[in-house]
Every structure is written in C-alpha cells, then in structure tokens.
Design a protein around this ligand. Structure first.
Ligand code: 5GP
Length: 254
C-alpha cells in the first residue's frame, strides 16, 4: 500500500479526539439534562459511557462536598443483518436483545431510603436516564432501546401505589452518541428541541413524552472505525493522521 494514499474512505477518529468530543458534549448534557444514570448499549456504548462518566460527576447525596460517579447500567443489542424469513425491506431492521435490565434494576424496588452510594443505582424511576451508544446510523437500535426502556418504566410506574406515584419525580430520557451520521433515518425518536427549558417538557403518567438528543459530532454517511475495535492501534492512528494530511493538502491546493 502506498503511504501517501488511504486504502479506503473509512473515517478513523482517535481515542484522543473521541475523549475531547465527549468532554465537550458533557458540558451540554450537564446543563440541559443532568443525568442521574446512564444505560450503555453494548458493546459500542461501553467505552463512551465510561469516558462520559468522568465528566458527569454529581455531588454526593450523603456528603455534597464530595463528587460521585453516576452509575452505568448495561444492555446488549444486536442489529441482525439477515434474519431468515424477513423480506428485503426488513433486513437489518431486526434488533435482538443479548442483555437487558431486570425488573428490580428498572423499578429500584427493594431499595429503601437513601441509597448507599456506589452500591445500588436505585432503579430508573424518577431519574434522568441517559442512553449511550457510539454511533447513530439508521437509528433502529436507538429507537428500539428507547421504546423498550420506556415500556419497562411505564409498566413499573403503573405497578406503584397512588402514594408512591405522588412522591415520584418525572422520569426523563436522553440519548448521547459520539457520532450521528447525516443520513435519512429508518428509526424515529420523539425529539425535544435543543435547549428547551425543563418546565416546558410534557410529562404523561410520570414520564417525559420526548427525549433530548446529544451527539459529539455530526459525520457523513461513511463507515467509522473506532479505535477500541482495532487490534493494531498504531496502524489506526497512522491512517487517521494520513487522512488529515491528505485533507489538508487538498484544502491548500483548492
Ligand atoms: P443503527 O441501528 O443506528 O443502524 O446502528 C447501530 C449500530 O450499528 C451501532 O451501535 C454500531 O454497533 C453499528 N454501526 C453502525 N454504523 C457503524 C459505523 O460506521 N462503524 C461501526 N464501527 N459500527 C457501526
């Protein structure tokens, strides 16, 4: 392979670039949403969620002078490219759960009084829940994750007594992806406009009816190679630097 040309048109962000983008997005997420916990979609959402946690510490409920990490829950989803018996239009449309939250993790039932911090996330009910993935491509996975978590939250709320419901803060959802691809989406999400004040959100049966959406960066519809997927990170960084060099050269000749 020539060292002057890239072998493909893949986009290769580096660990450092992703870290910086997550840190910048964290400021917006903190101001507009202030998450209490994250639900990371595995495997791609695990690394971004872990980095994001570093920027989203909250004052401890027990000792507000100390900052605490917010909990990360994990779900596993797979987008099946070919499922036998599906029509062409459905190919790549089938999301399969490989891991999900159990009922207690959703409801927080059995967790009484102040939670011993670091020991239990205390459920999703009444929380600001940030769903995290690495990339929003067709949006199929995000639509599935949001709809299914919403269903679980609604059913856990409906099982509460009237008194418990009265004391419960609204449950809100938001989404963070490192990259959003600029393309027509197959999946849909009920999006809140950027910067909408919390007082203007619509709450129905204890749950906000729409989601806030945050992306570290908007990218073209190209394949993105994430550094954590690479076995040869040195080569990944070399190709990432080469792509920048070529872009800079092209910009200077235009
Ligand atoms: P979607 O449901 O939005 O079409 O795709 C979601 C999943 O497909 C992502 O969580 C990711 O695992 C995978 N995916 C989609 N586009 C890319 C990409 O450009 N690079 C990588 N590495 N994975 C992708």
């Amino acid at each position: 392979m020539s060292t002057s040309e890239l072998p493909d048109d893949h986009f290769r962000p580096t660990y450092e670039e992703i870290h910086v983008q997550i840190g910048e997005a964290a400021q917006r997420i903190k101001n507009d949403f202030d998450p209490d916990l994250m639900v990371a979609i595995g495997g791609g959402g695990f690394y971004p969620a872990r980095v994001l946690r570093t920027f989203l510490k909250k004052p401890s409920a027990l000792d507000p002078s100390k900052l605490r990490n917010i909990p990360i829950q994990a779900i596993g989803l797979s987008l099946y490219e070919e499922v036998s018996g599906t029509s062409e239009g459905q190919i790549g449309n089938e999301v399969v759960r490989t891991q999900w939250l159990d009922a207690k993790t959703v409801s927080g039932k059995g967790v009484k009084g102040k939670i011993e911090e670091g020991k239990d996330a205390g459920g999703l009910l009444g929380k600001n829940v940030l769903i995290v993935d690495e990339v929003d491509d067709s949006r199929t996975t995000l639509q599935y994750a949001y709809n299914e978590l919403l269903k679980d939250v609604r059913s856990a709320i409906s099982a509460l007594s009237e008194e418990e419901k009265k004391d419960l803060a609204p449950t809100r959802f938001a989404i963070f992806v490192v990259h959003n691809k600029n393309k027509e989406k197959r999946g849909t999400l009920p999006m809140l406009p950027d910067g909408l004040p919390k007082e203007q959100e619509e709450i129905q049966n204890g749950v906000c009816t729409a989601v806030r959406y945050f992306a570290g960066a908007e990218i073209d519809d190209v394949w993105c190679c994430y550094p954590w997927e690479e076995t040869d990170i040195i080569e990944h960084n070399r190709l990432a630097a080469l792509a920048k060099e070529i872009k800079a050269r092209q910009a200077s000749t235009n």
